[in-house]
Design a protein around this ligand. Structure first.
Ligand SMILES: Nc1ncnc2c1ncn2[C@@H]1O[C@H](COP(=O)(O)OP(=O)(O)OP(=O)(O)O)[C@@H](O)[C@H]1O
Length: 223
């Protein structure tokens, strides 16, 4: 799905990570772990075309996406990517339904049929809450809205940055279950996380700045 070749990132003399050469596969969940400041978010930003690697290339299918023009990068993000953040990144003063409608607009998708807005809310336990204003929801409910937004969009790739950082255990499991369902439907999921629960439920783990390719999650857990 996304082939990384010799990818590295430095800020001045400081090398965050280097020699990343591996494939991010459809249908799999990859955890990015590592201490604070190791460069997990920076790697997600490169994958999301919000930053550029210092060396190396990124290919999505046959397209070299390493240094797209701003217009092409916007189209790629719109058509291919879904995001999940610790702070939810919703439109606070709009309704739940309006937040989801924004994600429905892109017409191109790898998936034939997408769940409706009502189905997506039901899947995350928010059936009938489409008219609620987002800022009145709890943090856990807001992250469920962000998950419903991914369900209606069905992106080819999900980039998640500490998506469970502010959540209790129930909501953490809701996040993981939803991301797993997206992966089972063919999505590639990449999650930067400090949470061992999340890491252990992924398929593979890249220890950013330490390893240059992902290892099976089971090997990390056993270590
Ligand atoms: N534009 C920039 N210019 C210079 N340094 C930067 C820039 N962006 C990020 N950095 C530095 O790169 C390092 C990695 O940051 P990043 O946010 O990717 O780490 P992280 O592993 O996601 O950390 P955390 O777990 O705390 O979220 C940090 O030391 C940060 O200050």
């Amino acid at each position: 799905m996304i082939d990384l070749t010799g990818l590295s990132k430095s800020f001045g003399p400081r090398v965050l990570w280097q020699d990343l050469t591996f494939t991010i596969e459809a249908g799999r969940m990859l955890a990015l772990t590592g201490p604070s400041g190791s460069g997990k978010s920076t790697l997600l930003n490169c994958l999301g075309l919000l930053d550029t690697p210092t060396t190396g290339t990124m290919r999505h299918h046959d397209q070299n996406i390493t240094r797209l023009s701003p217009r092409r990068a916007r189209a790629y993000r719109r058509d291919t990517l879904g995001y999940l953040f610790q702070n939810y990144a919703l439109i606070d003063n709009a309704t739940v339904a309006d937040n989801l409608s924004v994600a429905i607009k892109p017409v191109r998708s790898n998936h034939g049929s997408r769940p409706t807005l009502a189905q997506s809310l039901e899947q995350v336990g928010l059936a009938g809450r489409g008219d609620d204003i987002v800022h009145r929801l709890s943090g856990g409910e807001q992250q469920r809205v962000a998950l419903a937004r991914l369900i209606v969009k069905q992106p080819a790739i999900v980039l998640a940055d500490e998506p469970t950082g502010a959540l209790d255990l129930d909501n953490t499991h809701m996040v993981i279950a939803t991301l797993r369902a997206l992966a089972d439907a063919g999505c590639a999921v990449v999650i930067a996380t400090h949470d061992a629960i999340v890491r252990d439920l992924c398929d593979s783990v890249l220890q950013v700045g330490i390893t240059t390719h992902p290892q099976p999650a089971k090997e990390i857990t056993a270590a």
